[in-house]
Ligand binder design. Structure first.
Ligand code: FAD
Length: 506
């Protein structure tokens, strides 16, 4: 059941068209929105983006998931140009180290594992094979996972390899800015000092900058990051706090010079009170520690980070605070929130940039050219909330099903009560090996299975379809998949060499 409030009375005066769109904030969210709106609706809109150099951006957010390729396709972004401009590398998944238990690792990769039968997913055949001593590691049946492990990459015909990118966040904003300005977005530098509203409708009418100038608009997109200047501070939309499920509320980020070849996966290394990321770019490494301030002090987290990073620091370590949760309304009145202003869980599965992209696409699908419809607003909020709740469950899973008991943080994670929707998925898998994906959900069966098996849940039973295969047939089936993958991976070039050749780096 959906318990979210339905937005009432949120129409503009009937028939009032939306022509002037003002984007507040020029981080990844602001410039992604500007790039998409100007590229696709640019001729019909008067688009202005306001950003403050003095305030700056959050400066993190460098690991992505494969859906970003769709966004780039829509915008007709050339991949080589994008990669050169953002010093990007390829990403095939995430290596989860010490998550299941200390010194136990697994990879959550993109792509599919094995081949499904319509009655039963591949995992059932693998479980049967394992029982009969015919199957090797579950990961051996996934091309992307094996390529990631072998530190290899290439574009394969027919999109045969599912991938995403690691990229420099500041360079990505600059790249999108050039594109947006080319398509007519006006950029205004300045600090927003006041957000003006209409007393009768509650809608935002204009932004006053500290220079005294005013920017009027019909629709305002809040991309002001954690400040949430428009959606939170002005429109008064509350923030739903999920820190009882997601304990992390702080991060410290530092960039180091790159040491050694870039690996085609994000590394996520758990520690006693959180985890650390390593994101390899062409020219440097992005590092950070994510932690709960309830369990570890900033200084201790900083020391942990600096004592474990590879390479020399290029920046001063920066503390970032956040509150995991969401705004139940990301569209209110004539204000739509995208990015951190709309909510943030934590970066473990690199989902925030994806959510920005989803918000942009949803806004374009419901674009209020002829005036804002309360029904569109309600639908936008319903879809956004559902989408985030699914991702929330997937993220909580990583903490809940750990075997770690070596610290109060992990013990509390194991013992916490999780949302009923997640508990059901875990119970279903544990009991039957089954996972079902609803059409609008981001994470497919393969993701849930890789993480649940990786974290140590072994289902009690498998589907009877797998029992219909004799040992000979089953081992032929399993070995056929594994050998084809092994042969393909053997022919792939090393990831680092491929990036250099692809981006024309000498
Ligand atoms: P910001 O980058 O903070 O931009 C806010 C903008 O608003 C800035 O331009 C600022 O100048 C402007 N602004 C604010 N106030 C004013 C004002 N008064 N006047 C004028 N301008 C103003 N996402 C991923 O997908 N992958 C990841 O790997 C990932 N890692 C993350 C790690 C951490 C620790 C955190 C905290 C987040 C991570 N994210 C990640 C999320 C990602 O960083 C954000 O979703 C993304 O950067 C978008 O941020 P934003 O544009 O909403 O906010």
């Amino acid at each position: 059941q959906d318990r979210r409030p339905i937005v009432q009375n949120s129409s503009t005066p009937a028939g009032r068209p939306v022509r002037r769109v003002v984007i507040a904030g020029g981080g990844t969210a602001g410039w992604m929105a500007a790039a998409a709106l100007s590229r696709i609706l640019g001729k019909r809109l008067d688009l202005t983006l306001v950003e403050s150099d003095e305030i700056g951006t959050v400066g993190v957010g460098e690991a992505t998931i494969p859906t970003l390729l769709n966004f780039h396709n829509i915008l007709e972004i050339n991949e080589r140009e994008f990669m050169a401009a953002t010093m990007a590398t390829f990403k095939l998944g995430i290596s989860f180290e010490n998550w299941r238990n200390v010194n136990e690792d697994y990879i959550h990769s993109f792509g599919l594992t094995g081949t499904d039968h319509w009655t039963a997913g591949f995992q059932h055949f693998w479980m049967k094979g394992r029982e009969r001593g015919l199957a090797s590691d579950y990961g051996d049946y996934c091309l992307e996972l094996k390529a990631a492990q072998a530190l290899k990459f290439a574009h394969l015909p027919n999109n045969g390899m599912n991938y995403a990118y690691h990229m420099d966040a500041s360079r990505y904003s600059r790249f999108l800015r050039t594109m947006s300005e080319h398509h007519g977005t006006k950029r205004v530098e300045g600090k927003i000092a006041k957000v003006n509203t209409d007393a009768a409708t509650g809608h935002i009418t204009s932004l006053t900058l500290d220079s005294g100038s005013t920017i009027e608009g019909d629709l305002f997109i809040d991309c002001t990051g954690f400040r949430a200047l428009l959606i939170g501070q002005t429109m008064g939309v509350p923030y739903e706090d999920w820190s009882h499920w997601l304990f992390n509320d702080s991060a410290i980020a530092v960039q180091t010079d790159a040491t050694g070849p870039a690996v085609p996966m994000t590394r996520s290394i758990a520690h006693a009170s959180g985890w650390q990321w390593r994101i390899p770019l062409q020219h440097r490494m992005g590092n950070g520690v994510v932690f709960s301030s309830r369990y570890i002090e900033d200084d201790a987290a900083k020391s942990l980070l600096l004592s474990t990073v590879a390479g020399e620091p290029l920046t001063d370590p920066r503390v970032i605070r956040f509150k995991p949760g969401q705004r139940p309304e990301t569209w209110k009145g004539n204000c739509v929130a995208l990015g951190l202003s709309s909510g943030f869980l934590e970066p473990i599965e690199s989902t925030s940039i994806h959510l920005i992209q989803r918000g942009i696409i949803r806004l374009m699908q419901m674009f209020p050219t002829d005036g804002i419809s309360a029904h569109d607003v309600a639908e936008f909020n319903r879809q956004s909330a559902r989408e985030l709740e699914h991702i929330r469950d997937f993220i909580i899973l990583h903490y809940k099903v750990t075997n770690r008991v070596d610290s109060p943080y992990w013990r509390a994670a194991r013992e916490m009560e999780v949302p009923a929707s997640l508990q059901h998925r875990i119970d279903l898998f544990r009991e039957t090996g089954r996972v079902f994906r609803e059409p609008t959900e981001l994470f497919a069966e393969n993701s849930w299975i890789q993480v649940m098996l990786g974290q140590g849940i072994m289902p009690r039973t498998h589907h009877q379809t797998a029992d219909l295969m004799g040992d000979h047939e089953l081992s032929g089936f399993l070995n056929g998949i594994r050998d084809t993958i092994a042969r393909t991976v053997a022919q792939l070039p090393p990831h680092q060499a491929y990036v250099q050749q692809y981006c024309g780096i000498p």
